[in-house]
Write a protein that binds this ligand. Structure first.
Ligand SMILES: NC(=O)c1ccc[n+]([C@@H]2O[C@H](COP(=O)([O-])OP(=O)(O)OC[C@H]3O[C@@H](n4cnc5c(N)ncnc54)[C@H](OP(=O)(O)O)[C@@H]3O)[C@@H](O)[C@H]2O)c1
Length: 226
């Protein structure tokens, strides 16, 4: 059986750790984790290994995904090691208060680069491969899954920068889905519609991961709302 790779863009202790652990335990032999900080990536690797209880190859890359050249170098290396991913979980975002009008425009642009530009670069690189995979192998589950929130439709003014970039991101994912969904690629958003915490009954990382896996297994719907 060919090896399957999961690419996680934006690895951290919240949603991504839980989703990565469930997805790796259920389907993937290889996992690629991207985030900016080397120390936190080491913790994520150890936490995922501990959670899944089976042999999985994990490679980590400390990269700021707003740096397009650095992102490409990391993904070149990951592709050479594991082959291109079957599933991409795009999860990176920065939750930073943004007050009118103290918030500098450069900070809005930085958020846009994380949530939209980097997603576009990742899609540009991998969606053609995911389409080929869908055509070549009916047992494959090519997917681009993006963590979203209620902000695209219900902005919070105190988080206006994140709200507007998440709105743009959702719009991009919709266009990708309209174009490549019919080609057999599952492209969609996980709309986490509130604050995530281990103490939340619905919106805790473990439940979000379980629901995300069910939605992914079904492989039909554009949006999962949690
Ligand atoms: N947490 C919530 O309450 C909540 C609610 C609704 C929706 N969401 C959405 O869920 C997703 C994240 O979930 P989470 O909060 O639980 O976080 P998480 O999955 O624990 O981690 C996300 C990781 O993304 C990485 N990241 C951020 N900017 C990056 C960049 N420029 N380059 C590379 N990596 C970057 C961060 O690591 P580094 O700092 O090391 O780079 C961070 O640890 C986001 O899309 C967010 O909008 C979260």
């Amino acid at each position: 059986m060919p090896h399957k790779t999961l690419l996680v863009v934006g690895s951290g202790p919240g949603i991504s750790r839980a989703v990565t652990s469930v997805f790796a335990a259920k389907r993937y032999d290889n996992v690629v984790l991207l985030a900016r900080r080397t120390d936190s990536l080491e913790s994520e690797k150890a936490a995922v290994e501990q959670a899944i209880g089976k042999q999985v190859n994990i490679k980590t890359y400390a990269v700021d995904i707003t740096n397009v050249a650095a992102l490409a170098t990391a993904l070149d290396d990951a592709d050479a090691a594991f082959g291109k991913p079957e599933c991409i979980f795009f999860n990176a975002a920065r939750v930073l208060p943004s007050a009118f009008f103290e918030h500098p425009v450069t900070e809005i642009e930085y958020d846009f680069k994380i949530t939209v530009s980097a997603l576009y670069v990742v899609a540009q690189r991998y969606v053609p491969h995911l389409v080929s995979l869908a055509k070549a192998d009916p047992a494959s589950k090519p997917a681009l899954l993006v963590t979203s929130s209620a902000l695209p439709l219900q902005p919070i003014p105190q988080l206006f920068a994140l709200s507007l970039t998440k709105a743009a991101q959702r719009n991009l994912v919709q266009s990708l889905n309209m174009t490549y969904g019919p080609e057999g690629v599952h492209i969609g958003v996980i709309n986490v519609a509130g604050v995530v915490s281990p103490s939340e009954s619905e919106r805790n990382p473990a439940n979000i991961a379980a629901k995300t896996w069910e939605w992914f297994e079904e492989g039909k719907e554009f949006e999962l709302v949690i």
